[in-house]
Design a protein around this ligand. Structure first.
Ligand SMILES: NC(=O)C1=CN([C@@H]2O[C@H](COP(=O)(O)OP(=O)(O)OC[C@H]3O[C@@H](n4cnc5c(N)ncnc54)[C@H](OP(=O)(O)O)[C@@H]3O)[C@@H](O)[C@H]2O)C=CC1
Ligand SMILES: O=C(CO)COP(=O)(O)O
Length: 341
């Protein structure tokens, strides 16, 4: 099927980028947002001054504050609001959907009640609709400048995967497919925690060896958590895992990295989040993942250390030093299990 009309729910940086790619691909695209001024600016100035200043959007992209107007007749609806608002926003239009309308989440977060990923929230609210997840190393501000990037569409529905590959692929954006919805989505949520940790490390002026150690041990920790939750760790080797972990742990364009950096410079969590003015999903994800790791007794020293820094005022340098004296560990646990060291 060729997608003729798409809706994007959310007026932030990533929603705008997805909407702009769709418009570049000549798909009739309507972006919904709650802010009238931003909607007007997209329609009249072809720009989103709040989230993507200095970026010229495709003039064919239209914005609205009327949800039903956005979703009416759309074959696919991208959901791109922060995780804490997904249930509320999707519930407000779910009764209007027809079963063939597909929902694709771009949101990299977790709902604490039941530890649900966003596709699980969507499936709960809209049980009759096909669901997918878009995730990968996709800093919105780079894609907005049409710098080359790739992503993953994950869904159990092969038609949906193919339709999204068709709808979003263009000379600056390549879309790979996965049928591991849970693994793709879990890695997208988890990497935000480690971007915060990498931000501390950078602010403390630690070296490149340190950065590499943190990223690699983050991957080990994410995979250990994933396996404990029944996910396929091989998915973590792809763009939605290693790819997104590397970009978010190394780029000052990442909001999660910036929050960590500000805290590493001595700011409080509240100051760091206020200064950002955009969503940094990793802050809440850290709380929920720490609770889950404690509940299931999963060894996650980076998560535990980051929690102490963010929520109990621990000194990041002392916490980083403490990570060096943990119990002797295996490099690759799939090759040498922890119990066989
Ligand atoms: N930015 C990026 O590089 C990428 C982001 N993502 C993920 O996409 C998701 C969205 O991120 P992003 O676009 O960057 O976020 P932003 O912080 O840029 O924007 C959030 C948007 O959601 C809107 N919003 C928040 N709460 C509500 C609500 N209750 N009802 C309606 N609208 C609401 C905001 O509206 P308002 O301005 O009115 O508050 C704003 O338009 C996140 O989960 C993020 O992890 C994924 C890949 C890349
Ligand atoms: O998910 C992202 C890049 O893939 C964006 O990361 P931040 O939310 O940290 O900016």
């Amino acid at each position: 099927m060729v997608i003729q009309k798409a809706a994007v729910i959310g007026g932030g940086s990533f929603g705008t980028v997805v909407a702009n790619i769709l418009a570049d691909n000549h798909i009739h695209t309507v972006q919904w947002m709650r802010n009238d001024d931003v909607a007007r600016s997209i329609n009249e100035q072809h720009s989103n001054p709040q989230y993507l200043p200095d970026v010229s959007l495709n003039p064919a992209l239209t914005a609205t504050t009327d949800l039903l107007d956005a979703i009416r007749g759309a074959e696919v609806i991208f959901v791109s609001v922060p995780s804490k608002s997904v249930r509320e926003v999707v519930s407000s239009f779910s009764a209007e959907l027809t079963p063939e309308q597909a929902l694709v989440s771009t949101t990299k977060g977790i709902e604490p009640d039941g530890f649900l990923l966003m596709s699980q929230v969507l499936a709960e609210i809209c049980p009759d609709n096909p669901v997918g997840v878009l995730s990968g190393p996709n800093l919105a501000k780079e894609i907005a400048k049409r710098e080359l990037a790739a992503t993953v569409i994950a869904s159990e529905n092969s038609d949906l995967r193919r339709n999204i590959q068709e709808a979003l692929s263009c000379p600056y954006f390549r879309v790979y497919a996965s049928n591991d919805l849970y693994g793709v989505e879990l890695s997208g949520a988890l990497k935000n925690i480690y971007a915060i940790v990498s931000g501390f490390v950078a602010a403390l002026g630690m070296g490149e060896n340190t950065r590499s150690m943190i990223i690699t041990r983050s991957l080990a920790e994410m995979s250990r958590f994933a396996v404990a939750l029944g996910a396929n760790p091989l998915t973590f080797l792809g763009l939605a895992g290693v790819g997104d972990l590397v970009v978010t742990c190394t780029s000052p364009l990442s909001r999660n990295y910036r929050v960590g950096y500000a805290i590493g410079q001595g700011k409080s969590l509240a100051e760091a989040v206020d200064e950002l003015g955009e969503v940094a999903e990793g802050v809440n994800t850290l709380r929920y993942v720490r609770a889950k790791a404690q509940e299931l007794s999963i060894y996650m020293p980076l998560v535990m250390g980051a929690y102490e820094v963010l929520f109990n005022g621990a000194n990041p340098r002392v916490v980083a030093q403490g990570l060096m004296t943990g119990e002797h560990a295996s490099d690759v646990e799939f090759a040498l299990p922890r119990c066989d060291i």
